[in-house]
Design a protein. Structure first.
Length: 635
């Protein structure tokens, strides 16, 4: 009889479900093992609560999709000089790879195709590629070497074509053939071609600095008039004066330029200048009063000239008494507030010294008790909620409470009855209960404590139980719940009652994630002195007596780090349908097989063979309780 190749475990500290074990202390006769709270594996997911450091030269992710919660990704960290950097997208046989790259030599970002790969370095060879976007915002200049085909352009600044003394032709086309407006830079002329024309609204035509106020109809009266000779007056349809009336001006050599002595019976013709002079003199005698503005052609009331003051209940406002056609009147601010308040019995409002206040909520449907909260009924009315109250420090909810977003509680959260359910059937995300992630430098994380209720006297304390579901037959029937772990006063209890549903070569129990080598799922391995997992074999002592484990993944042709990816079962249950020899009988011991990597129900018996019990057959066909004995026998 020989002893185990390593010191036996004396104790496991910080034991909890799914925690991975590390060696804490090693004594002469035993070792202490610590269950790491920050390193857990639930059978499918490895969770590292701290940082993960990868010290190799290449990190390969073979997942279908990668989701990164980080908001920033830094490339070329630690580089002392600049070089082309970015993202290379492999396109296979479709064509050259696609790239989003910072081109160090051009000092700009480039969307391109390239023959470069993720292993390329230095100045990459890039060919410009197309970019499609819903919108594009550019804070600097834009340089387009090709043609800009724009369906619509909105410009909120000045448009400049060419430069001073270096212009360019500009052509604006219409819908009619040959109709266009051309700026001919060689002639410095704006030319209207074909059916193109200039349309100016009445009163908007200015020649030099003089506005032409005549309408088109008025200007058309001069159509065909070549000069103001007597014969041309017959062409002016707007002139209705007779020759006798026009002859009134016969002999008038000048106009009166001084209206200061004009009498009521004076029919002297005055010049426009004389009339303006008289009006200016009259306007000069008119003084603007408070709030009146006489600076323009009309007299305006300018309220901006009113002095600033604080309005009070006794101040007056001007209004039209009797509606839009009423007479102007004034009233106090206090009267206005009283009018708006109406009757407190119907509006719930009261007015005092010009101030409106809510004095009664009964008119709007509030008939609750003290501290009840008010909710909107959705139709403009409110209800005082009997099941929802707040006394200034505590929000009390009678009945169910549901949050559709994040709920933050600054102190303790107490549920006096019922269950706390995370997530809902319509939510596609998994539910979790975690402590908040800290920030800053070297900040300790929060501890999450889950405890059963404390009783009194000789009563038993409440246990903490973790349950999962047992699948049913195909269909919509809900799974039935079963307790898989219970943590009570006398220690934890684990329920492996679901092992009868294990799929072929699937395992549950204690798994480790270390060692190298390609593995085959369900095969039995031993850890050699080089840290590699090698197929176990009862023909040799080293392949029988060393640390044993069952591969939880791999097909023998994959990555050399299958153990790190899928784990190795060191104790637990496995449905070993693919790698077990002999007749499976419930309760019988299972041994290391003479066939490399297999288990056997038949104990080795030839001289020189090694016998080591590694577990027992369970009640379900091919399901083995894997728990290698620390001793072995050489025949």
């Amino acid at each position: 009889m020989k002893g185990a190749p390593s010191n036996p475990v004396a104790q496991i500290t910080n034991s909890a479900a799914d925690r991975l074990l590390t060696v804490a202390t090693v004594n002469q006769d035993s070792s202490d093992v610590n269950a790491e709270a920050n390193l857990t594996f639930d059978g499918s997911t490895l969770t590292v609560a701290g940082n993960l450091t990868v010290s190799g030269t290449t990190t390969t992710l073979s997942t279908t999709n990668t989701i990164i919660a980080d908001r920033l990704i830094e490339l070329a960290n630690g580089a002392s000089t600049g070089a082309d950097s970015g993202i290379i997208i492999e396109r296979g046989s479709t064509g050259d790879n696609a790239a989003i790259v910072w081109d160090e030599s051009a000092d700009r970002f480039v969307m391109a195709t390239t023959t470069a790969t993720g292993a390329s370095t230095g100045d990459l060879s890039l060919t410009d590629a197309a970019l499609q976007a819903g919108s594009l915002h550019i804070s600097g200049d834009i340089d387009i070497d090709g043609i800009a085909n724009l369906d619509a352009v909105a410009i909120d600044g000045t448009v400049t074509v060419g430069a001073n003394d270096a212009g360019h032709d500009v052509i604006l086309y219409g819908n009619t053939a040959l109709a266009n407006v051309t700026w001919d830079t060689s002639e410095d002329d704006l030319i209207l071609n074909g059916a193109a024309r200039v349309v100016v609204p009445d009163g908007q035509l200015v020649l030099a600095s003089t506005a032409v106020t005549s309408t088109a109809a008025e200007l058309n009266l001069l159509d065909g008039v070549s000069g103001l000779v007597q014969a041309d007056f017959t062409k002016l349809a707007a002139i209705t004066s007779s020759a006798a009336e026009l002859n009134v001006l016969d002999g008038v050599a000048s106009l009166d330029t001084d209206l200061s002595s004009v009498s009521g019976s004076d029919d002297t013709i005055a010049s426009a200048k004389a009339i303006k002079t008289a009006l200016d003199a009259k306007q000069a005698t008119i003084a603007a009063g408070s709030l009146l503005d006489l600076s323009g052609a009309t007299v305006n009331v300018d309220l901006t000239e009113a002095a600033a003051a604080t309005i009070a209940a006794g101040d007056q406002v001007v209004f039209l008494d009797g509606g839009a056609a009423g007479t102007h009147a004034k009233g106090s601010i206090n009267d206005v507030a009283t009018l708006f308040a109406g009757s407190a019995a119907t509006t719930g409002l009261s007015a005092s010294s010009g101030v409106l206040s809510v004095s009664d909520l009964h008119p709007v449907g509030v008939n609750g008790s003290a501290n009840q909260l008010i909710t909107d009924d959705g139709d403009g009315t409110v209800t005082s909620e009997g099941n929802l109250s707040f006394d200034g420090s505590t929000l009390a909810v009678t009945g169910a409470a549901t949050t559709t977003t994040t709920m933050t509680v600054g102190t303790d959260l107490t549920v006096t009855g019922g269950d706390v359910v995370l997530g809902n059937a319509a939510d596609a995300n998994n539910a979790s209960l975690t402590a908040v992630t800290e920030s800053g430098t070297n900040t300790n994380g929060k501890k999450v404590t889950i405890g059963g209720g404390l009783g009194t006297g000789t009563g038993l304390p409440g246990a903490v139980e973790i349950s999962s579901g047992i699948p049913t037959s195909s269909g919509t029937n809900a799974h039935s719940a079963t307790t898989i772990a219970s943590f009570g006063t006398y220690g934890p209890t684990f329920n492996y009652g679901g092992v009868d549903a294990l799929a072929n070569d699937e395992a549950v129990g204690d798994k480790v994630f270390f060692g190298t080598g390609q593995t085959v799922k369900g095969k039995l391995y031993y850890l050699d002195t080089n840290g590699a997992w090698v197929l176990a074999d009862a023909d040799a002592e080293v392949s029988t007596a060393s640390m044993l484990a069952v591969a939880c993944g791999g097909d023998g042709s994959g990555n050399a780090n299958d153990a790190l990816t899928n784990g190795m079962l060191i104790r637990g249950f496995i449905d070993n349908a693919s790698a077990i020899d002999g007749t499976f009988d419930q309760g019988d011991p299972v041994f290391v097989s003479l066939t490399a990597g297999n288990m056997t129900m038949t104990k080795p018996s030839a001289s020189g063979d090694f016998v080591r019990c590694i577990g027992f057959a369970c009640a379900t066909a091919n399901v083995i309780y894997f728990n290698p004995d620390n001793t072995w026998i050489e025949l």
